[in-house]
Design a protein around this ligand. Structure first.
Ligand SMILES: CN(C)C(=N)NCCC[C@H](N)C(=O)O
Length: 291
């Protein structure tokens, strides 16, 4: 069953993409709050984006995440399923009767998170750079944004910062995703186990609720490093140059206090529920069809 993650990414593409499109406006507000200090809060940021950039401003940088979701989720869920298979020597169906230990679930989730971070890094970098462009849609005579679109952004980063530039912030992203994806899968499997009769598959309602809470639990714990990751990805563009993840943490705390680590927490959590409810529903159904 475990090759399904690599063989059937189209299921992830359609289901994951819907959640991603719905969640993108929240993601844009979160990224702006984490990297720009001019906004006074969620409402101020939303009003200013709407007034200055129109509704389209909320959807900046969306195309690459939508185009890459199938690959990123296939790596994450494929590695997770295969790691669990290696650790427990049981198939998905057998695991309903013989649930794996939480330690195995955590380790498999961390492995998935670690490996997916490298596939996600360049797409996430381009997304964050485009989301941070505050120029309204190009009109004759108006100033043009630095990046004209995702391909232009990728090419410019490649030219200006070299191939390694496309992986700016990848270390912070790996530190963010490795433990938090362990938490993600533990929360999901734990809630499904709790609310499903012995030996049965969880109902769709259980999957949606468990997936939603898994998203919230993982994003709450991921937010501090999410702030650092977003700042590292914007590094250099606005003059500040961090010497590494630790330097970024120290200088952010010095300038803005420890509260800086909570930037975007509320909006991250609100976005996490629907996006991850839909993601886990597609994961469960793909496993059952091809499991
Ligand atoms: C805390 N983290 C990094 C995660 N839970 N990641 C996996 C879920 C990713 C999903 N597409 C989302 O954007 O929420």
């Amino acid at each position: 069953m475990c090759v399904f993650g690599w063989l059937f990414p189209s299921g992830y593409a359609s289901s994951g993409a819907v959640g991603l499109v719905l969640g993108h406006p929240f993601d844009t507000v979160k990224v702006r709050l984490q990297t720009q200090t001019t906004y006074r809060g969620i409402a101020d940021c939303m009003v200013r984006i709407y007034r200055h950039e129109s509704l389209l401003g909320f959807f900046k940088g969306m195309s690459f995440p939508v185009a890459s979701i199938a690959v990123v989720n296939s790596v994450l869920f494929g590695v997770y399923s295969n790691a669990l298979l290696l650790l427990t020597a049981t198939s998905h169906q057998e695991r309903r009767a013989q649930p794996p230990s939480y330690m195995h679930i955590f380790l498999a989730g961390c492995t998935g998170g670690f490996l997916q971070a490298y596939f996600l890094a360049p797409f996430d970098l381009i997304k964050v750079r485009l989301q941070n462009q505050t120029e309204p849609r190009a009109q004759p005579g108006s100033p043009r944004p630095r990046y004209q679109g995702p391909m232009h952004c990728a090419a410019s980063i490649f030219q200006e910062e070299g191939p390694r530039g496309l992986f700016r912030g990848a270390w912070a992203l790996t530190l963010r995703d490795t433990p938090t994806l362990g938490i993600y899968f533990i929360t999901y499997e734990g809630l499904c186990h709790q609310y499903t009769p012995e030996g049965q598959n969880p109902s769709s309602a259980t999957v949606l609720v468990a997936g939603g809470f898994a998203g919230i639990a993982s994003w709450v714990t991921a937010t501090p490093l999410d702030v650092i990751k977003s700042r590292m990805q914007m590094d250099g563009l606005r003059g500040k140059v961090y010497r590494g993840v630790l330097d970024c943490m120290v200088s952010s705390v010095r300038q803005e206090g420890v509260g800086v680590f909570l930037r975007g927490l509320t909006i991250n959590s609100a976005r996490a529920f629907p996006v991850n409810a839909v993601t886990f529903l597609s994961y469960e159904y793909l496993l059952r069809w091809w499991g």
